[in-house]
Design a protein around this ligand. Structure first.
Ligand code: ADP
Length: 266
């Protein structure tokens, strides 16, 4: 089984405060996955980020922060607004994939996952297994979920990846984003950033500045933390650049692609 994440940075215009799908990237990625499936079908789960659909409303409603009881109705409506926005993005994505001939089936986290203190603590994955057995491609994404401590919280696609990988024991975990992998500092703002082929400790980062956009879930640093947790359990993952044409196709075909392997080994 392969768990493939496609970052919100690829599928949306993440710098925008408007909800904008990057239709060109979406189509290209759908065709790359289809080309790989035409060679051989695979057990694949797709996770996608929320990008410009999820982060601006999540920021606006401050979901995941403590609030006064009197604000409950307003927060609840904010929760609904975010859930609806990320669902829209998911619908665009699944529509494109289905048009391409990929049997994608959306399984939103808000409908079966709950959290405690912003960490997923419950979510039965049996349905994922059943859909996989029948040759579907389950699709899940960064979403809002009920939280036992905070009432509501946002969970990133990266946290979802971690939860799925811990519980489903995939052969490979791949994350496509808009940079080649992990650098010692943000390569978008530092020309002298150094690239890591392998990464095994947050201490190797010069700064913990996570992202260049409105990401509320931690950007690259948030991603790395989730993946280091997996690495501690012996589950290796790889971050690649999904903006580079054919990278997703090649990685699905097990061909060599530039990227950063996150593992605790050297
Ligand atoms: P996605 O939406 O694809 O999950 P994010 O926007 O959350 O991706 O994170 C990717 C972004 O993280 C990159 O565009 C980059 O600007 C930023 N970033 C910050 N620090 C680093 C770093 N040390 N190495 C690589 N990218 C970094």
């Amino acid at each position: 089984m392969i768990i493939l994440k496609i970052g919100g940075s690829i599928l949306t215009n993440k710098d925008s405060i408007e909800s904008e799908v990057d239709a060109v990237s979406l189509k290209r990625i759908a065709t790359e996955i289809k080309r790989s499936f035409d060679i051989s079908s695979k057990e694949l789960i797709i996770v996608h980020g929320a990008g410009s659909f999820g982060h601006p409303p999540a920021k606006k409603h401050k979901i995941g922060e403590e609030f006064d009881k009197s604000q409950y109705p307003e927060k609840r409506l904010g929760f609904c607004e975010i859930q609806n926005e990320v669902k829209k993005l998911n619908m665009f994505i699944c529509e494109e994939f289905i048009n391409e001939g990929l049997p994608t089936i959306a399984i939103p986290a808000s409908s079966f996952i709950t959290a405690t203190g912003k960490r997923i603590t419950d979510g039965n994955l049996d349905l994922f297994k059943r859909y996989l057995d029948k040759g579907f491609i389950p699709v899940i994404y960064g979403d809002v979920v009920l939280d036992d401590d905070l009432e509501f919280c946002v969970i990133s696609g990266d946290q979802v990846i971690q939860y799925l990988a811990v519980n489903l024991n995939p052969d490979r975990v791949i994350l496509g984003t808009d940079v080649d992998g992990v650098y010692n500092k943000n390569p978008k703002t530092h020309d002298d950033a150094l690239f890591f082929d392998k990464f095994n400790s947050l201490e190797d980062l010069d700064t913990l500045e996570g992202t260049t956009n409105v990401d509320v879930t931690g950007g690259m640093v948030g991603k790395i933390k989730e993946l280091l947790y997996l690495a501690d359990l012996g589950i290796e993952s790889k971050i690649i650049n999904a903006e580079v044409e054919d990278n997703i196709f090649k990685v699905l075909e097990n061909k060599d692609v530039k990227g950063t392997i996150i593992s605790r080994g050297n």
